[in-house]
Design a protein around this ligand. Structure first.
Ligand code: HEC
Length: 214
């Protein structure tokens, strides 16, 4: 005959499995009912799972990596690099307040805040070099620990909380522009100088000469 103790254990495992299955199905139903829009804020369970996975992915050696000395020229280059490659999502001043940054899931964070600034240089470097899986953050540059350009970006990220007006203006001036925006700027300049719009400078992409209707 079966011993009553092992029967109790089996009953407990059975009951626990039923509770887990019902709980899991309930959580899945709630998520599905809400749809899967990236406009929603990530739920705490998703944020917790993502942050834990990310912490586990950064090796302790990577966390301890030390930034090499960064010259003022390299920091200036990093600002330009930020303007051309990062500001679309992270914003000119790092607040993440861009159309793209705010519609990503998870959002682009406010990198001026302590949640970013308290991370070690190695952690930020690792986020830039390896990207962050299952988020909009891509991996940049070539693999390796001696990429000065990425270290320059880490040093730049440290300056985000205290960027001056002239540094912000410099970044704004170097944001990527579409051919359409370039043409608009050109027309505005010509208008301000009192010149008639020049038909000789059409954008090769938005307005190829052979397709222009006069
Ligand atoms: C396509 C959008 C996009 C672009 C372009 C982008 N990022 Fe990100 N980045 C993100 C998102 C989204 C996150 C937040 C990921 C998360 O929640 O873990 C992020 C996170 C980061 C983090 C970690 C911040 C933190 O608080 O943990 C760093 C550092 C970073 N990005 C640097 C950069 C740099 C430097 C560039 C340009 C070379 C760049 N990113 C370009 C979307 C982007």
């Amino acid at each position: 005959m079966e011993n009553p103790r092992s029967q109790r254990v089996l009953a407990f495992i059975g009951a626990a499995s039923v509770v887990l299955a019902i709980g899991g199905a309930g959580a899945a139903l709630l998520m599905i009912r809400g749809g899967f829009s990236t406009r929603d804020e990530p739920s705490w369970i998703e944020a917790f799972a993502a942050q834990t996975a990310r912490r586990m992915a950064v090796t302790s050696e990577a966390k301890k990596l030390r930034a090499p000395p960064i010259s003022p020229e390299l920091l200036q280059e990093a600002r330009m690099h930020w303007a051309s490659h990062c500001a679309t999502c992270h914003g000119v001043g790092g607040a993440g307040d861009t159309a793209m940054g705010q519609r990503l899931y998870p959002r682009a964070p406010d990198m001026r805040a302590t949640s970013t600034q308290r991370q070690s240089d190695g952690e930020l470097y690792s986020a830039i070099k390896n990207g962050i899986r299952l988020t909009g953050m891509p991996a940049w540059g070539e693999p390796g620990d001696d990429d000065l350009e990425s270290w320059g970006l880490v040093a730049f990220i440290r300056t985000l909380p205290d960027l001056t007006e002239s540094e912000l203006a410099e970044i704004r001036a170097h944001l990527p522009r579409t051919p359409h925006e370039l043409r608009e700027e050109l027309e505005e300049d010509e208008f301000l100088r009192g010149e008639p719009p020049s038909p000789s400078s059409p954008s090769p992409i938005t307005n190829p000469p052979e397709h222009r209707h006069e």
